[in-house]
Design a binder for this molecule. Structure first.
Ligand code: UDP
Ligand code: LCN
Length: 806
């Protein structure tokens, strides 16, 4: 029984609990979420003249603050408490305050009953449970270590493996034997015939390289090493080869997890990488800001560039230039025949600024050309993915002239494709969620039947469950993406247990304590986004053009609004016109605050200006809402709204121009998984106010290098911005200080170099453990395939049938 509940029941606060419950019963709402619960308790406290300390620190107050949900039923209520991160308990509380714990199954039945989808006399629904598959793999204990999976895995598995030296040496020997590039053997050759010989030969090789000048290039002693049994891959100079051999020697004689990590991270195992991102407009120009096309495209392109560079550097360091190795990164996306002026109908496109990174576009099979010739929303593309995998596999094998070494999926569709491809090709699978849709839409699972017509969540959530469990490893941008914060549930956590009424119950959807999770945040393209103060790297003509575009140019085709006083401090925001991005909330906050309007102009770069130009229902409704707010609060003369697609360079200069005018960036999303615009604004030197719901909570440290805002409290949000503006008006150093600290934050923590070094090391280490521990995952993978064929596929087929009538 929860200590929190026990404390209330054992004290005089028991009567408060009784009264609070009876007041809840008097209200109409039967399903209360955390905000509703806190609101109701606040009202209870003020109506009953409770001191502030009661609300915050009484036993009942603490219980309430940990309560995520309350569902009221006729005879009792169901209370879901989350006393710790990633840990949830459910109780049934009767009116006489008798209390009993509830099982996950009972909770899911209650939820179904709430939406009138509980039919006990018609049999049970399918229960999906992954727990048995995780029972025999290691799990972390302490929630604070969630997201640091690889360090744990290394410690755990190596301690097991090192206990049996003979097995360990055999595993190491076999692993070293595995590596080759285009048919050329790497690391060790047939002259080393056993693990015992390996150890002897290493000592001989060390004696040999110890005699060489440290900087002597590998090419000059390659064949001497070959005679001793060593092929390329140990280093590019005598000193590098020596270091690598020494680490291996230590690993053989006295193994420990750190040297294992260091050794695996430096050996060449990865040459060809696929980054899968099927949906949206994936391109390098003219695509950003369209529905579904935002940060993910920016992320994957920057990641591809950075990975290619890192692979090149690593392979040179490993001495592989003697073999003329050319690492290759392929971004696999969808070819869209009707490309609306973009290059999305081009099969192959080189990624700018790289030697060998490419966008490979494979079309969906035609089915109904009225659909498949055009952009298809991410919510609708499910029917096309299975055949897309078959076609893509063929194209990838041709493109690489062989198999890739790593497949990285992006978002629900890309992760599903990565799963199917990895399964066919037997390659390590990494997942990146970017944003899991489930927690973005309130009650998206419970009301899936009502929402399915528009969103098809029944397919998407099934795909998510399959892909996240199949992945060898998952990288997340933040810790809270996995398990949330003390008071909010994480995105992955929301898959742990949920009901899809009439379809299935998920009693254990993902093991959050699995070492497969690793937090590896993205970076920002530093040649596009850099501090406004680096004037030597800025082009004055561009700056003037962007100033004109933002504040004065009259282009009714793309720009709405003429500023009465363009010299006022700009409040700037840039985002897709999604409901969740909540630019309309920012406009309303501005509209309701005459003081803000007095001191600032609002500048928005977002979506399109005309509803007729959009095919996306959410975008259309946001366009209408924005015009409505401009009229309602008479914001004419105080707002500019640019419906433009900016070339990449311009989008960097925009932030810098805002910084030149000591402006502010506001990111008002109702929820933001990560938020690349926040990094872009901060690195440019623009003080940033960002939503406290989601990733920004980890990027920004409130009042140190930026500010949190609560976009559901418009008055408080306006006040927080206003306070800062007033402070800066009095003393411009206040602006400069936050501006500088924002830049420092990004440079110290969010760079692509940090990201890719980490990603490649993870890929190698998980690859090593998958091979060495011969992890038995086949049972889980078979179960996942069953879900794919029995749930995913028929639903995707039904959607295809609907598409055939369009
Ligand atoms: N972006 C843009 N033009 C727009 C809207 C967005 O160039 O009209 C870019 C923005 O600079 C950022 C990305 O799209 O690089 C949006 O990424 P973020 O992570 O902030 O949000 P997402 O759109 O992925 O939800
Ligand atoms: C998707 C989102 O919604 C953003 O929050 C992220 O920044 C972006 O993807 C890149 O991961």
């Amino acid at each position: 029984m929860s200590a929190l509940i026990q404390a209330v029941l054992n004290s005089e606060e028991k009567s408060d609990l009784r009264q609070f419950v009876s007041e809840l019963r008097g209200e109409e709402q039967r399903y209360l979420l955390r905000n509703d619960i806190l609101g109701a308790f606040g009202r209870y406290c003020s109506q009953n003249d409770k001191p502030a300390s009661f609300q915050s620190s009484s036993s009942l107050g603490r219980l309430i603050s940990y309560t995520q949900e309350i569902i009221l039923e006729d005879e009792s209520l169901c209370i879901i408490v989350r006393p710790n991160i990633a840990h949830q308990e459910t109780y049934r509380l009767f009116d006489d305050l008798a209390i009993e714990p509830m099982s996950v199954q009972e909770l899911l039945d209650v939820r179904d009953r709430f939406v009138n989808h509980f039919h006990p006399n018609e049999g049970d629904v399918l229960e999906i449970d992954f727990q048995p598959f995780y029972d025999y793999s290691p799990t972390l204990r302490d929630p604070k270590n969630i997201g640091k999976g690889v360090a744990f895995l290394n410690r755990f598995l190596s301690s097991k493996l090192f206990q049996d030296p003979a097995q360990w040496l055999e595993a190491l020997y076999e692993f070293l034997n595995l590596h080759s590039y285009d048919g050329t053997q790497l690391l060790i050759n047939g002259r080393i015939k056993s693990q015992r010989q390996l150890s002897d030969q290493i000592k001989q090789a060390l004696n040999f390289v110890n005699e060489l000048p440290p900087e002597q290039p590998y090419a000059e002693f390659r064949f001497d090493l070959q005679t001793l049994g060593f092929e390329p891959g140990w280093g590019n100079t005598a000193s590098r080869v020596r270091e690598t051999l020494e680490i291996l020697d230590a690993l053989i004689d006295s193994p420990d997890d750190r040297s294992l990590d260091a050794f695996i991270s430096r050996i060449p195992m990865i040459f060809r990488i696929v980054l899968v991102s099927p949906h949206g407009w994936f391109g390098q120009e003219g695509v950003l800001g369209r529905p579904d096309t935002g940060g993910q495209v920016v992320y994957v392109l920057d990641q591809a560039r950075s990975l290619e560079k890192q692979l090149q550097e690593d392979l040179i360091l490993a001495g592989l230039d003697v073999l003329k190795v050319h690492p290759k990164v392929v971004i696999l996306t969808r070819l869209i025949p009707n490309a609306d002026g973009t290059l999305c109908n081009q099969r192959l496109e080189k990624v700018h600024g790289t030697d060998n990174a490419w966008i490979l576009r494979v079309p969906f099979r035609e089915f109904n050309p009225n659909v498949t010739n055009h952009w298809i929303s991410r919510f609708e593309i499910w029917p096309y993915l299975e055949t897309y995998v078959i076609d893509s596999e063929r194209e990838l094998l041709a493109e690489f002239q062989g198999k890739p070494d790593l497949i990285v999926g992006n978002y629900s569709d890309g992760n599903l494709v990565a799963f199917l491809l990895s399964r066919r090709l037997q390659v390590t699978q990494c997942n990146i969620a970017h944003a899991l849709e489930k927690s973005k839409y309130l009650f998206s699972n419970l009301y899936w039947q009502e929402l399915d017509e528009q969103y098809h969540f029944s397919i998407q959530f099934t795909a998510d469950l399959i892909a996240m469990n199949a992945a060898n490893f998952i990288i997340s941008s933040t810790y809270q993406e996995i398990v949330g914060t003390p008071d909010s549930v994480g995105q992955y956590e929301s898959y742990a247990c949920f009901s899809m009424p009439d379809l299935y119950h998920v009693v254990n959807g993902i093991e959050l304590f699995s070492p497969k999770f690793n937090v590896v945040p993205p970076g920002v393209n530093e040649s596009v986004y850099f501090p406004y103060s680096r004037t030597e790297d800025r082009v004055p003509a561009n700056r003037e053009r962007i100033e004109d575009l933002l504040f004065t140019a009259e282009e009714p085709e793309h720009i709405f609004g003429k500023l009465d006083d363009p010299s006022k401090r700009p409040l700037f925001s840039m985002a897709r016109l999604d409901r969740i991005k909540n630019l309309t909330g920012l406009a309303e906050c501005f509209g309701r605050s005459p003081e803000l309007q007095e001191r600032c102009n609002l500048i928005l770069v977002a979506g399109k200006l005309r509803r007729e130009e959009s095919t996306d229902p959410e975008e259309i409704s946001e366009i209408e809402k924005l015009y409505g707010l401009i009229d309602q609060y008479n914001l004419h003369g105080k707002i500019r709204w640019l419906g433009v697609r900016l070339p990449k360079g311009d989008s960097g200069e925009i932030y810098r121009v805002i910084a030149d005018r000591q402006g502010i960036f506001v990111q008002p999303a109702l929820f933001e998984a990560f938020g690349l615009t926040i990094l872009e604004a901060m690195i440019s030197g623009v003080p940033t106010f960002a939503t406290r719901f989601g990733g920004p909570l980890e990027i920004i440290q409130d009042r140190v290098n930026g500010f949190y805002i609560n976009p559901t409290h418009l008055k408080e949000m306006a006040q927080k911005i206003l306070d800062f503006v007033s402070k800066c008006d009095q003393d411009p150093r206040a602006w400069e200080e936050i501006s500088k600290r924002g830049m420092d934050r990004v440079y110290s923590t969010y760079t692509w170099r940090i990201h890719t070094t980490r990603l490649l090391s993870l890929a190698k280490i998980y690859g090593f453990w998958n091979y060495t521990s011969k992890e038995k995952r086949e049972d889980m993978l078979r179960y996942l395939e069953a879900l794919f064929y029995l749930i995913y596929r028929p639903r995707a087929k039904a959607l295809l049938e609907k598409h055939s009538h369009r």
